[in-house]
Design a protein around this ligand. Sequence first.
Ligand SMILES: Cc1ncc(COP(=O)(O)O)c(C=O)c1O
Length: 432
Amino acid sequence: MAEGATYDPAAARHLVRYGMGLSPHVIVKARGATLWDQHGREILDFTSGQMCATIGHNHPRIVAAIQKACEGALHLYSGFIGPAVPALAGRLASMLPPSLSKSLFLSTGGEANEAAVRMARLATGRYEIVGLNGGWHGVTGGIASLTFAGRHHVDYGPRKPGTMSIPAPNCYRCPVRHCRDACDTTCLDVGFDMVDAQSSGSLAAFIAEPVLSSGGVIVPPGGYFPKLKEKCRERGMLLILDEAQTAFGRMGANFAFEQADVVPDILTVSKTLGGGVAIGAAITSEAIEQDCHDKGFVHVTSHVSDPLPAEVALAVLDVLEEEDLARRAAEMGRRLRQGLETLKARHEVIGDVRGHGLLQGVELVKDRETREPDAERGRAITDACMERGLSMNIVSVGGMAAVWRIAPPLNVSEAELDRGLEILDDAIRSVG
Ligand SMILES: Cc1ncc(COP(=O)(O)O)c(C=O)c1O
């Protein structure tokens, strides 16, 4: 525990509450996959912070990158760029297909998506954007209209005109009550029928996560994204893929779109690029960038092209490569998956296990046949995990499902992974 750390519970009275209960554990130190609270208690972090710390908390390379930025420049007038910013853009271009070679660096995932949507609107000269039910793309003004997970849109007035959603391809809970466990993408056809019926002839883009994380770790079936891209092409729409959580190794590949067999017109990345430091990027083709520029694209923010996060992102990409983290995530993902399948065989409450690499979802049900969600038991087990030193995240999707989203840092050790699974097993048993 950090020396001299104290906790005054009353201090929190000056905080605006933002919709998540605050844990009584005050975290004073974080390293790798471990957190320490104010009492020196160790907590195993199976959420990589807010899904960002994929290379582990306070990785020495991130600390060194921050120090390097401190010796250089932390922040500049938006018209100045330090050396790290073009270096990062070049580095990303070298990792991506040639059609994704132009990057804009911002501060958050929501900002990156705002920029992507603005580019899509400007480039196509249209305004309608379609998303997936259960998709999460941010909570700032424009993009909140395209976040269809949670209740961010309720009580804040109308969504932006021209924003729509189609059902997500949830194999476990078919949204159009058509199939069970094996999605044949009928939901995509039905969805686009609805879009065509509602569109005012101004379809600009489709935005999607390759795996819907906040929506309950929904993994679209093979062939879904090529078919989606074809539907976009037929209508002159661009495809935006939001890889806030899935890029840079977590899925067992550098990018999830590689596994989805599709290349987007615009790619957004954020959480996993900064490894815990705020950065977001919208990445597109030379043609779209040129077109937007010619049409007067403006997207100036206080922290656009800031040197500090770019320096950190370069370090994250170095570590990703040097520690071969995509391969490791695939390997450790198999171990995690196997452990979760064993728990499923042991505990009736686990209805489904799904995911890729080190992003696994575990769906909790009262009855495996009816698949009635068991959010209450899910919350009780999550609390029991925390009492035993394991931090887990449960997503309750509009009262429709209760899903643990398990995503430890990619360099989690085998021993840590096994300990987490043991704690989970014990916590499920304890709640009964
Ligand atoms: C897939 C996805 N996109 C975008 C966002 C928004 O990112 P931020 O909270 O950094 O604005 C999130 C946040 O959880 C996310 O999961």
